[in-house]
Design a binder for this molecule. Structure first.
Ligand code: BTN
Length: 244
């Protein structure tokens, strides 16, 4: 199915839409936006080697493959920022939504969506983006300790996963097209949407818990924290976590 420059293909069950995207790119010419989605994944992938579980048919599990692009690899986090903001914008219509660096989507500190962006680089340019989204739509029970929520839990209403997929896909396409056409970054919008930005909170790194203020992200998306001493420290995703 094709709608406004986006082609959609849906599968009842596969290993992972991101893994499927890699297979597609190895075997087919993808010249415009292509969204692969499924009802359930047997090997759903999360960030930093984690897994992404689902209840079949209840949530949005999709991967958008961009058309060929040419974007400096050193500016890859700008792609990440606009895409996170695009997902937030879709949900913000229904309820207040925050981002958690680098690209978790939260409602009142509970996770509603995760984004797994896998850029394909050629030389020093990103030449294609593979953007995986897991968004909790109608699931109402989660493993204890997950601290998750869903659109249904927030709205008390069953939603069409297909409609949410089309809204998310269209917003992401529009956001990417705009960034690629203008080159204009949205870092201040991204930072102000992030939980803890400009606030002193507790963080843990190297086995130590310490208070710090989230003051910025650098060009490659690392988080910059200012310690009480005034020292600024830069952290990669695996190196720091916020302590709630
Ligand atoms: C995260 O850890 O927060 C990112 C989760 C991304 C999950 C989605 S579900 C659809 C797509 N296919 C995958 O295997 N992962 C992403």
């Amino acid at each position: 199915m094709r709608k406004r420059g986006i082609e959609y293909r849906h599968f009842s069950a596969i290993d992972s839409t991101n893994a499927m995207a890699s297979r597609f790119l190895a075997g087919e010419v993808v010249s415009e936006y292509l969204v692969l989605s499924t009802d359930t994944q047997s090997e759903g992938r999360g960030q930093v080697g984690t897994t992404w579980q689902d209840v079949p048919g209840e949530n949005l599990l999709m991967t958008m493959i961009s058309p060929p692009i040419s974007w400096p690899s050193r500016r890859v986090f700008e792609l990440n920022m606009v895409l996170s903001l695009a997902v937030r914008e879709v949900l913000q219509v229904y309820f207040p939504v925050q981002l958690k660096w680098p690209n978790d989507v939260l409602i009142q500190e509970r996770k509603i969506a995760g984004i797994l962006i896998e850029p394909i680089h050629r030389g020093s340019y990103v030449q294609r983006l593979v953007i995986g989204i897991g968004l909790n739509v109608n699931q109402t029970e989660f493993e204890s300790g997950l601290n998750a929520t869903s659109m249904k839990m927030e709205l008390n209403e069953h939603l069409s996963v297909m409609q949410v997929k089309e809204e998310v896909s269209q917003k992401m396409k529009d956001a990417l097209d705009t960034l690629l056409a203008t080159g204009k970054s949205t870092k201040s919008n991204y930072l102000s949407a992030c939980l803890g930005y400009g606030e002193v909170c507790s963080y843990e790194a190297d086995g130590q818990i310490f208070p710090a203020e989230f003051i910025d992200v650098d060009e490659i998306g690392r988080q910059i924290l200012q310690l009480e001493s005034g020292e600024k420290r830069t952290f990669d995703l695996k190196e720091v976590r916020r302590v709630f």
